[in-house]
Design a protein around this ligand. Structure first.
Ligand code: ZN
Length: 107
């Protein structure tokens, strides 16, 4: 049986963390290199991811993103430890490149 594919309508702005909609917040960010390319410009977030980000709860954000990815791509999820380390590193780089920084999250 083929796994269902999560289709994002063309032109719809999706959360850069979990691909959810609707997007409720944009985080100013400088472009930076990532593992498989380059992150260009600002990052968008849905309400759920925004709450984790604004609370500085990066572990909870990663758990939520991994859970959602596994739900949207059954059978295609990478090993959890590898994905978790990758996302924590990616979000750390995102934090370093944010244009407006919140004091509470720099830990
Ligand atoms: Zn999200």
């Amino acid at each position: 049986m083929l796994a269902p594919i999560h289709i994002i309508p063309a032109g719809e702005l999706v959360c850069d963390f979990c691909t959810g909609t609707p997007v409720v917040k944009r985080y100013g960010c400088q472009s930076f290199d990532i593992l498989a390319g380059r992150s260009v410009g600002d990052w968008a977030a849905c309400a759920r991811c925004r709450d984790f980000i604004d609370a500085g709860d990066w572990n909870a954000l990663v758990d939520y993103v991994l859970e959602k990815f596994a739900k949207n791509h059954p059978g295609a999820a990478p090993p959890r430890a590898v994905a978790r380390a990758y996302l924590l590193d990616l979000y750390s780089t995102f934090r370093k490149n944010r244009r407006e920084k919140l004091g509470a999250e720099e830990n």
